[in-house]
Design a binder for this molecule. Sequence first.
Ligand code: BES
Ligand code: ZN
Ligand code: ZN
Length: 483
Amino acid sequence: MHIAIKNVKEADCACEVLILPFVEEASNPYVRLKPSVSKLIGKIRKKEFKSNLNEVLLVPAPDDIRPERILFLGLGKKDAVTAEKIRQTGGKAFSYLRDMEMKKTALSTLVFGQLKQSPVHLIEGALLGLYTYKKYKKENNAKTISSLALITIPSKDLSLSIRKMEVIASSVAFAKDLVNAPANDMTPTDLADAACSLKRKNLSVKVFEKKDIQKIGMGAFLAVSHGSKELPKFIVAEYRGSRKPPVVLIGKSITFDSGGLSLKPSDGMEKMKYDMAGGAAVLGVIKAAAELKLPVHLICLLPATENLPGGSAIKPGDVVRSISGKTIEIANTDAEGRLAVADAIEYAKRFKPRAIIDIATLTGACAFAFGGEVAAMMGNDRKLLDEFRKAGEETYERVWELPLFDEYKEYLKSDIADIRNIGNRIGSLMASAYFLYEFAGQSPWVHIDIAGTAWVEKDRPYVPKGASGIGVRLILNLIERVQ
Ligand code: BES
Ligand code: ZN
Ligand code: ZN
């Protein structure tokens, strides 16, 4: 969708549909449009249209204006309007218009004179909500909106923030495409190729092969890959937008998690292609950071492998040695993410980072506890945790902090090795994070568990069902706070 700012009168804007947003019980912001439009608005607001949040009503426009139709769009009660609600209305309006096969659209911004929020959030919701994944459909009847005219006075600031939203939305779409891809087309090798496709002047990508991973000594990560014929890849992407020490982003990248010999039930196993959503998110972040030339030094680490129960697979009870030298008893091969991420955390320390952030679909317990509404967050750095909470509120990719009490250490005691990869069933969300904490030590670190939020079962106003792309907007916002 091509977006242009146009300084024209609404009535003179040639388009198939003119979008007029309304807040409940507020005065009509469109009184200065043609009398015919005012008359129509008066009539329709009496009965058909209440300005409820996300309400849409498409009507033919009066003959004496250039737009062919008018879309009434409800923003809800004036005092209750938030950036998130505006995003939702953007998602709702534009996916509706796309389904109605509209191509040329225009948006009046007059109502924003009555509000504190910017119309850019409406565009953000529109761009995010228009995402579709049709790669494997023969019938790819691509209904697409071709243009949006934003009717307002042009300014450099506004153009820049629209451009920024476009970059962010395309980076979210990039991440979603990786997650939505079936696991046979998103192997560790495919994921490494996708990372390499991001290479540009200021963004370099290195892929460590199995023998390199062996040499570095990532015995925990490597162990996960033994049950699969697909070769593991340790992907390192670096963007140098500043000379400061880096922020290291680690994304869990299990391209398919069958559970290994601790096999998962077949019901729902097909969804375990999304066990690389953390890796996809960090690639989305670095793509956007490089395109926006953010002043930050970023390093992304993606330990990518399948977790399958092949003949050489790790067995429950096996002991492996992590890069840190710590030995790990693998009591359950389905708790594989923490093995891969732990080695990556230890590796991250080599860069003397300002912060280590890992994002992972780590535990079913996270999904049980929080559903799809919020990600779990744990860490050892108060400032980072606080900034993450604010970033979560602002982007509405919300995070909720859980404790890392010393007592959780007990949960992971092994009789045979330095640590066990699971505790008992109880407290498994905290135990999984505590396991990672044992590797992060005193390095500033935050862990985000997105098991419940990385996949959406039912369409949301600006998140179509499937991969949610969570983490891209959250971490970009966080980076801007701490840079
Ligand atoms: N990838 C899963 C976690 C997961 C579950 C993500 C559901 C998304 C939806 C992870 O590797 C896993 O299987 N964790 C186990 C850990 C258990 C064996 C301690 C779990 O949560 O059941
Ligand atoms: Zn697992
Ligand atoms: Zn997993």
